[in-house]
Structures are given as structure tokens and as C-alpha cells.
Design a protein around this ligand. Sequence first.
Ligand code: ADP
Ligand code: MG
Length: 573
Amino acid sequence: MSTETIPNQTQNLTDGMHIVVDALKKNGVDTIFGVVGIPVTDLARHAQEVGIRYIGFRHEQSAGNAAAIAGYITKKPGICLTVSAPGFLNGLTALANATTNGFPMIQISGSSDRAIIDLQQGDYEEMDQMNIAKPFCKAAYRINKPEDIATGIARAIRAAISGRPGGVYLDLTTALLASACDQDAMEKTLYTVVDPAPASLPSPASVDRALALLASAKKPLIILGKGAAYAQADENIKTFIEKTGIPFLPMSMAKGLLPDDHPQSAAAARGLVLQNADVVVLLGARLNWLLAHGKGKHWNPDNHFIQLDVDAMEFDSNRQIEAPVAGDIASSMEAFVAGLSKYPIKSDPAWMDMINKDKAVNDQKMAVKLASTAEPMNFFNALKAVKDVLDKQRDYYLVNEGANTLDDTRNVINMYEPRKRLDCGTWGVMGIGMGFAIGSAIVTGKQVVSIHGDSAFGFSGMEVETMCRFKLPITVVVFNNGGIYKGDSPNLSGGTDPSPTTLMPDARYDKIIEAFGGDSYYATTPDELTKALTAAIASKKPSLIDVKIDPSVGLESGHIGNLNPKTVIKEAH
Ligand code: ADP
Ligand code: MG
């Protein structure tokens, strides 16, 4: 600390940790997700004291996932608080996942004594956290002096939500947290960040180029990504799509941006539209693995791309983008809607007819699967039971993780409102489930239905205690087929150990919630599942439904088995 800031006795004394809380509060932070311990316990206590909600978790990864999804839903950085070294590392997976997905989040972590860390003298939970965090986040900062707190918080907020949103690491040293300082002098340094996510307008020439290309299309397609959902430009996106009549394909978390039963949805004709579209608009979606990189048998190799993205570095990542539009999607869509007076684009109805024929065939195939009478249930007749209940609801969040549970739920359960489907995202990561469920319930106050595979649930299952402690209106649904992908794989040695993909086939996940006073349900038939889900949602209480699924029905890796390297084990099946 510099000599001028050493307080004298006439001053009103405070410390770094109080100033950090004041700075967060001044910048509109109303919720912190975390796990306390040395050196941040008092920081959390004080945050709660001044009216910031503190949501304590059982593992930092879930706290981080809750913060990340809070950021996605609210467009404000979600805050995760962790302790030094191990707690910091536990949170880092969530921070990296937030960065990969473009969710705004700040992981604030306490850290040990810098002098000891730098000489590697063996401190309690010693780790050079800021430098370790750097490759996993959008930006990493450390605040060393109380007089830098305002700046540190401002930099973290701007980095998290401006441009492409992402995860930010903010290191608070033990010395900073404990350093005595003058309350009045420090308060004067604090401020509210002005316009933390400034609009970035697309150039008129780029909009013109894009609309001219789109006007030339015979078979145009708009792919909606979660960047479009995040932008909260819902009205202009709807207007543009409906005025032009262009079919749209939602990526997983963009489902509901326009309702899934919208007549222009091409979701049930995905293969056909990717193979046939001649001009494709990527609206806040990346040409990554989830779109087969825009290449190969799934794609028309001669199509043309228009891409709207806030991050100009994204263009040409996999295929040439002939009409890049760099800007935030709210500003870009405003320009696109205005541009329709110059380019009165109308998609040829024959194109939609072709899509509708394909949709009808695929819908019929799906109807057959959903009508299955299999017992024990498979994923489809179980999901039919869930769909029958959820189609009557609109105002709920759907969290979804797993392999088959993820892929089949995405295909079966319609979404009708924007940003309400929260799932494994860009990485296809397991373990986001309970964090996303709790984070979304906390920041919205709405009902959450959280559908997990039994393996996926295991990564964050202890957070059932958190959801009961905070009495959240979350219904956890565990699709229990007793394994990773499936429960009945053999041990190739012929020995008695369970196979690598086998979990306990008769596990009763519903019993877990009973330990914490939540409501438990067990469903072995579609009828029981419909009744259980209806009752669980109506109660608005924390609840868990164990759904017994046939251990033999899962596909290896769900819909992405093609990504598995071919191994001897695969051949043996
Ligand atoms: P999906 O997985 O749904 O296809 P991605 O996460 O791959 O979506 O892509 C989202 C894209 O949206 C990213 O390239 C990101 O830079 C961009 N993006 C995020 N927010 C905005 C925004 N407000 N305006 C414009 N682009 C955005
Ligand atoms: Mg399973």
C-alpha cells in the first residue's frame, strides 16, 4: 500500500473486502453464487449484509455454472465467488465453459500471499491463480491495492459483457481483502460503469451486401444461434423472418426464439435444408462442430454465407463468409428490418412447400416413436409423457443435459419462448445441470424443469441440497437407464466389475431428495410420469422424479457417436 493511503486515527476505517462489496453493489450486482472459505467468507457475509443475495453451493463448478447462466439470461455478468487454489480450480471449468459459450461471468477468487506464492515457499492453498486462469477466460485481472478496486471491477465488467461476452477472472489477494483503508476516501473512488456493453453498429455497406445476396437466393435459410437469443432482439428477428418468409433453423439454445411450432420452422427438416439452401444466414451462430463446420455430406458445398456476429474474428472460421456483418445483433437486425424497404425480400413459397413435405414425413416418423408402448420406458415414450405436461406450460425454464437424454429431449420438447432452453451448449459439457437449474430459478423466480441423464446428474447431484435449502421451484427429472449412454454394456474381460459405461441399474435417485425434505417421485410408466410431473410442477416445491428407463435403449454417445474414435472395443460390439 502506498504511504498516502495509510489511515490515521481520525479516519473512518474499513477494509478492502468491504470496498469490493460496495463497488459490486454500485454496479448493480444483486446476486453472488459461490462457496465460502479462506479468505472470502467475510466478503460473502458482508455482501449479504448489504442486500446482495448470496447463494451458497456445495461445489464451485455448480456455483460457476449458475453464475454463467444468470449472465446469459440477464445480460449482466453473473458473479461466482471462490476460495483459493482448489476452489478456484473447481470454478475454472465453469469459467472456461462460459467463455466458450459466450456467457458473461466473473469468477472472483481469493488468493493467498503473493510474496510466498512468487517464491514458491509453500503457502496455504498456494497457487499463481491469475496466470493459470488466463488461457481459460476472456480476461484475467488481479487487484492489489484498495485504491484500484473501482478500476478492477470496471475492467472485469467491461470484459465480461462488451463485444463477445465471456468469462473473466478477478483475483483478490488476501492482503487486499484485509488491508485497512479510509472508508470515505475509498468511497469517493467508486463509480458505476457507463454503458458497459456499447452498441456496435454494422456498416451500411455490409448490410447492403448481405441483403443483396439474400435477395438473390432461391432457397434461403436463417440459422438462429444462442448469440441471437442472447442479444434480446426478439421482435426484430421475428419481424425479419416473418416479413421475408425465410425458413429458420434454431440451434439448441435458440429454440423458442421463435416458437418451435412456427410455420416457418425447418427444425424437423434439418438435413434437407442444410443440403439444399443456397444462401444461409448465420444469425449469432458459429459454423463449429454443431453444424459440421459447414462442410461434408450435410451441406450444399455451393451455398453462400451471410454471417451476423459481434466478433469479426469469427468470420471465415470454416467456410468463406461472402457477406460478413460485424455488429451486435440488436443493431444489425434493426438495420436488416429497415433494409427491407430497399430489398423487399420474399422467399419462394415452393421452397417452404418442399420443406413442409419433409417435415410431415419426419413428424410422422417421430409420432411412431412417441407412440411406443415399451415397458420399461424408452426415451421416447417417457418424453411423450413429459411433452404432454410441458406443452400446456409456457412460462418455465428447461434445463437439459445428458447424451440420449439431451438429444431426444431437444427433438421432442418444443420451446415457445426465447432463452428458456438451457443446455450443454458449445462444448456438450456434462455437469451444468443443477447449476443452470438453480441459477435460472434464482434470477427469474420461475418454475424450472431440469431433465438429466442419470450419469449427467451425478456430476452436480449434491446441489439438490442447495435447491432444497433455498426452497426453489425446480423439478429435477432423472432419466435413469443405469449407465453412461446405456446400462447393459458387458465387461469385455468377462470379470464381475461393472463395465466402464455401467452405473447402478436399480439406483433410486428420488431417495436423495428425501434427505433434504424435498418431494420425491418414482415413475415406471408414462402414465405415472405424467402424474408425477403434473403434481411436482403444481406444488412449486423442490422435487425429483426418478424415471425408470430400459438400460438397453441408449445409443453410444447419443446422436454424436460418429465423433467416437473407432476402437477395438467398438468393433467388439
Ligand atoms: P450456437 O451454439 O447456438 O450456434 P454459438 O455460441 O456457436 O451459438 O455462436 C454464438 C455467436 O453469437 C458467437 O459467435 C458470438 O460472438 C455471437 N454473439 C453473441 N452475442 C452477440 C450479440 N449480442 N450480437 C452479435 N453476436 C453475438
Ligand atoms: Mg444414462
